[in-house]
Design a protein around this ligand. Structure first.
Ligand SMILES: Cc1ncc(COP(=O)(O)O)c(C=O)c1O
Length: 391
């Protein structure tokens, strides 16, 4: 068969009905103990120590089905499913960094990647972490002991874009691995391995799950060595995504393409409408012509998801609260990627250390769901009226 296109992969990957009475979806295996019929089979050592069904924690056919599908979509060697996106980040960092190493992390990275993983877990383990300005090359910040460069593009609060392949070329020149959090784009909108990323991480909690009801992460690697490193660390840390969550991840994946198309359609409508409003200083969405990251986005991405930011003109905290508290369709919640619209106040400048983020006014982050965009715009219009009428 010729290589399949992404929509076909979404439908067919990770499914083996012939192993399961012809039933379309893989079964949900709830398992801890796995039994073996003979001492020989019990003591057998597979070439890859994590191959096959061994014990609940190392995975069941439900876990493997999700991992197989995500691997096919990213075009990698193997995927390791984790119990959340944060777990995927912590495990992958821990797999490739040890005491005395240096890690370079993008300054606009997802907050907990900085505060909980880099500044806490890695620092405690003797890893020196420094940050880099997304607007600048990294050559002068790399050292012989730099083992990891961690990136996210666009960042999930400020939506700044970077030239991923250019950063990867600099990192590889000193032998560092490039780890990318690709949660915003998913494998459908950005193909990290084609831009020389080594290992891709995604919070499957977001668009893969797609229904705001699952915590899940995935790490896709390109080599057996990297698989052993990540899977070994995941196992050592007791990582074990639940079978129902793996099933839900896989079920979400089947409709990822059609959902993302609608997220982009709706988000563009809403972002364009907001762009023309006097209350808004800037819409932060690389899919909008005029966004500083638009050219890079157009060059490297095949679409945009439904998450973007806003910088308001200077308004008081109580005016912003009046706007958000009264929203009818936009709920206030920190996650995203589900079918529903969300809006939160955000403070991207608070934890950056090497690059300036001083917006003209308060920042908001919007996730545009699958509602009718006319209704979302009507809700936002009323919200902006509250913003204007509160001191
Ligand atoms: C960009 C990004 N990466 C990773 C994560 C972490 O994922 P999880 O919430 O599944 O731990 C999040 C969660 O909000 C995120 O926004």
């Amino acid at each position: 068969m010729p290589p399949m296109k992404k929509d076909t992969l979404l439908v067919h990957s990770g499914r083996h009905p012939e192993d399961n009475f012809g039933i379309v979806n893989p079964p949900v295996y709830h398992a801890s103990t796995v039994t073996f019929p003979t001492v020989e089979k019990y003591e057998a050592k597979p070439a890859n120590p994590f191959d096959g069904v061994q014990y609940g924690r190392t995975g069941t056919p439900t876990t493997f089905a999700l991992e197989e599908a995500v691997t096919a979509l990213y075009g990698g060697y193997k995927t390791i499913a984790t119990s959340s996106g944060a777990a995927a980040i912590a495990i992958t960092m821990a797999a490739f960094l040890k005491s005395g190493d240096h890690a370079l992390v993008i300054d606009n990275v997802y907050g907990p990647t900085r505060t909980r993983v880099s500044d806490t877990l890695l620092a405690r383990g003797g890893v020196d972490v420094t940050y880099f300005n997304p607007a600048q090359p990294i050559g002068n910040l790399l050292r012989p002991e730099t083992k990891v460069v961690f990136i996210e593009s666009p960042g999930s609060l400020t939506f700044e874009m970077i030239d991923v392949a250019a950063i990867a070329a600099e990192a590889h020149a000193v032998g560092a691995l490039v780890l990318m959090d690709n949660t915003w784009a998913t494998p459908l909108l950005f193909r990290p391995f084609e831009h020389d990323v080594d290992i891709v991480i995604e919070a499957a909690t977001k668009y893969i799950g797609g229904h705001a009801d699952v915590m899940l992460g995935v790490v896709t690697v390109q080599t057996p060595e990297h698989h052993l490193a990540v899977k070994g660390t995941a196992n050592a840390m007791g990582n074990c995504p639940g079978p129902d969550d793996c099933y839900l991840g896989l079920r979400g994946l089947r409709t990822l393409s059609v959902r993302l198309e609608r997220h982009q359609h709706n988000a563009l409508r809403v972002a364009e409408w907001l762009n023309g409003r006097v209350e808004i200083d800037r819409v932060l969405y690389p899919a909008l012509p005029g966004d500083p990251g638009h050219d890079l986005w157009k060059r490297d991405f095949s679409g945009a998801s439904g998450l973007f930011g806003l910088i308001l003109k200077p308004y008081s905290h109580s005016a912003v609260a009046a706007m958000l508290d009264g929203m009818e369709l936009f709920a206030m919640g920190a996650s995203w990627g589900g079918y529903e619209s969300l809006m939160i106040p955000s403070k991207p400048g608070e934890i950056r250390t090497v690059s300036d983020w001083s917006p003209a006014g308060p920042c908001l982050r919007l996730h545009i769901g699958l509602e009718d965009p006319d209704d979302l715009i009507a809700d936002l219009e009323k919200g902006l009226t509250r913003l204007n009428s509160t001191a």
